[in-house]
Design a protein around this ligand. Structure first.
Ligand SMILES: Cc1cc2nc3c(=O)[nH]c(=O)nc-3n(C[C@H](O)[C@H](O)[C@H](O)COP(=O)(O)OP(=O)(O)OC[C@H]3O[C@@H](n4cnc5c(N)ncnc54)[C@H](O)[C@@H]3O)c2cc1C
Length: 274
């Protein structure tokens, strides 16, 4: 399809970007364009102005902080997948980035963009929920933070830029598993886990209406053992309506697949070097 008309700007600083976003109804952030540009072509997305963040060097890079890891929102998925610090201390995030699309998508698509992209099934939000990630936002009201779980539920408010993903420390025992759609590479279903001192944190997407943390499953399997049998029994006890039929996949099949992927992820997380 032919793109509808829109204006385009490439600000050099975050303040300028925020002023541009606030100044025009229908202004949208453009990061890697891997979701937004296809959406504009099909008419699923609309924009009067695209505010391109690619010159904002302050939104790039990955660094250790006193509380964990800070991932700049404009860090590409390819950079995230290959970063030694992320691989060692947030392996579920690295694996979700590595599972995303194809090399072209990963070289252009960004961490902030994948976290902000709405839709039933995207990879990074589910891993971010399991990892306990908080998103740092900059908007008209200043800087704020929101959990990845809240962001998946409510989306990024208009006029707001995700500036960074803040990953808590101590996450070696994390893992991500995905069954990809063969044509698109999007997840049919994906599961991410992180084992913490309080027990496992478990999130799934694809089988559910959006990326969700499954506290009921967490409580049922508690301290383990994380056998496939136990995990599947914990998933079967979830309300049936939690699992939503997909394209050619029944809710029952997706609920079972979510359990299988979770069991695999837990096994991998338990085996992670301490
Ligand atoms: C062929 C193909 C295969 C794909 N496969 C997968 C897959 O397997 N798994 C998957 O999860 N995704 C997949 N995608 C989608 C894509 O990888 C991600 O959604 C994409 O990386 C989003 O990042 P982006 O930087 O390209 O965001 P953009 O497309 O630029 O933006 C996406 C949305 O987020 C908003 N946004 C972007 N950055 C910010 C920010 N910093 N602050 C606030 N809002 C922001 C934009 O306004 C827009 O609404 C695929 C895409 C293609 C084209």
């Amino acid at each position: 399809m032919i793109l509808a008309d829109f204006d385009y700007v490439r600000p050099v600083g975050l303040d300028e970007a925020l002023t541009l976003l606030a100044g025009r109804p229908g202004a949208r952030v453009l990061a890697g364009g891997q979701s937004l540009l296809p959406g504009l072509r099909t008419g699923e997305d609309r924009a009067s102005l695209l505010v391109d963040l690619r010159r904002l060097e302050e939104l790039r890079g990955i660094e250790r902080t006193p509380t964990g890891i800070r991932i700049g929102a404009m860090t590409t998925l390819a950079e995230l997948a290959a970063d030694p610090l992320v691989l060692a201390e947030a392996p579920e995030l690295a694996a979700a980035a590595r599972a995303n699309g194809d090399p072209q998508v990963r070289n252009l698509g960004t961490a902030g963009g994948n976290l902000a992209a709405t839709g039933r099934a995207t990879d990074l939000p589910v891993a971010a929920i399991a990892a306990g990630v908080t998103a740092e936002l900059a908007g008209p009201g200043g800087v704020s933070t929101v959990t990845a779980e809240e962001l998946a539920a409510s989306g990024v408010p208009a006029g707001t830029v995700v500036t960074a993903l803040l990953v808590p420390a101590g996450g070696r025992a994390g893992a991500f598993e995905k069954t990809a759609d063969r044509a698109t590479r999007y997840p049919v279903c994906a599961a991410a886990v992180r084992i913490t001192a309080d027990g496992p944190r478990i999130a799934v997407t694809g089988a559910t209406a959006r990326a969700l943390r499954l506290r009921g499953v967490e409580e049922r399997i508690g301290g383990g053992p994380y056998t496939t049998e136990n995990v599947l029994a914990a998933f079967r006890a979830e309300p049936r309506e939690l699992f939503v039929p997909g394209r050619g996949t029944s809710a029952e099949y997706l609920g079972h697949l979510a359990g299988v992927l979770t069991a695999r992820a837990l096994t991998r997380a338990v085996q992670a070097p301490a």
